[in-house]
Unconditional design. Structure first.
Length: 113
């Protein structure tokens, strides 16, 4: 009986986390090494999210905000144009709001030879 109660409590405790939208994939993938910079990046989420900011920084110290291009609505996939800054490491930091209103934030990187 005690084990059933504990299992039930754990299931209830996990329920509020369900609406959070995990980042499923990025293109390019985190840690990828590319021959040339891609024309855009793609962020794919498990659940709908609204991006509030996407910032790219480059090894040379330059940083720019990437424009979501009218995609300020909730979605699971975002394709954003990328400015080619040549060879080096690109760091993409995104921020957003999940469907339950929780702020989310994460980064990924890729390198261009």
């Amino acid at each position: 009986m005690k084990a059933i109660m504990i299992a039930g409590m754990l299931a209830l405790a996990a329920t509020p986390a369900l609406p959070h939208s995990a980042l499923d994939a990025t293109a390019p993938e985190d840690g990828a090494v590319l021959v040339r910079a891609p024309p855009h990046i793609v962020l794919t989420f498990a659940r709908r999210i609204r991006l509030t900011r996407v910032r790219m920084t480059h090894d040379d110290g330059n940083g720019i905000d990437l424009e979501p291009g009218g995609r300020k609505a909730f979605a699971t996939r975002f394709e954003l144009p990328l400015e080619n800054m040549g060879s080096g490491r690109y760091r993409i930091e995104w921020r957003g709001l999940s469907g339950d209103g929780h702020a989310m934030r994460k980064t990924f990187t890729f390198r261009v030879k």
